[in-house]
Write a protein of this length. Structure first.
Length: 190
């Protein structure tokens, strides 16, 4: 009887441990999400966001609505690269890549949306891991440089807007030529 009771107590203890682990994991995930959001907001401040929002590509006639225009803008300026102390940081709209060296083991990816840190070898780190703390501290130290790099990219883009408009006109002509050539080749094929 006592053996059955002991086995039952172990099962109950395992159930409680599993529940505790689930609750702790959920709390850790919530903290990572908050941290990811705070880092994103520290980079994409009101000033940076305002500059992004006032960037205007309507005169280029490349896009036909505001959402596509913003997507085009992001694809034009991102990724933004900075290098500090031999470490390369690539900022995208939704993540930061950190290359400590050329080795895949020394590459990290930080996702803003969930605060997730993943290595180049696809190892996920948690808020309680030393690697996570080390990587996020490196990112936090370069936030001012990342913000400035985004602002510089936007300024450079607006300065190049006029020459881009000329290139777009040339591109449109090339697209028309390509369409005509495509039709001609299809006719030859048939």
């Amino acid at each position: 009887m006592s053996e059955k009771k002991s086995t039952m107590n172990k099962h109950i203890e395992n159930i409680f441990n599993s529940i505790d682990n689930i609750v702790l994991t959920e709390k850790e995930q919530k903290l990572r999400v908050k941290l990811g959001t705070k880092i994103y907001n520290a980079i994409f401040t009101d000033d940076v966001t305002t500059r992004i929002n006032i960037a205007d590509f309507s005169d280029l006639d490349l896009v036909n609505d505001k959402n596509n225009e913003l997507a085009f803008l992001f694809s034009t300026i991102f990724p933004v690269f900075i290098k500090q102390d031999g470490v390369v940081f690539r900022l995208y709209k939704h993540k930061i890549e950190v290359d400590l060296s050329d080795s895949m083991a020394d590459r990290y990816l930080f996702m803003f949306s969930d605060g997730r840190m993943t290595s180049g070898l696809f190892e996920c780190f948690r808020l309680y891991d030393d690697e996570y703390i080390y990587g996020v501290k490196r990112i936090i130290k370069v936030i001012p440089l990342l913000k400035q790099a985004v602002i510089d990219a936007l300024d450079s883009l607006s300065q190049n807007n006029k020459s881009l408009n000329t290139n777009i006109t040339d591109l449109r002509n090339k697209v028309e030529i390509a369409k005509n050539n495509y039709k001609e080749l299809l006719n030859e094929l048939n």
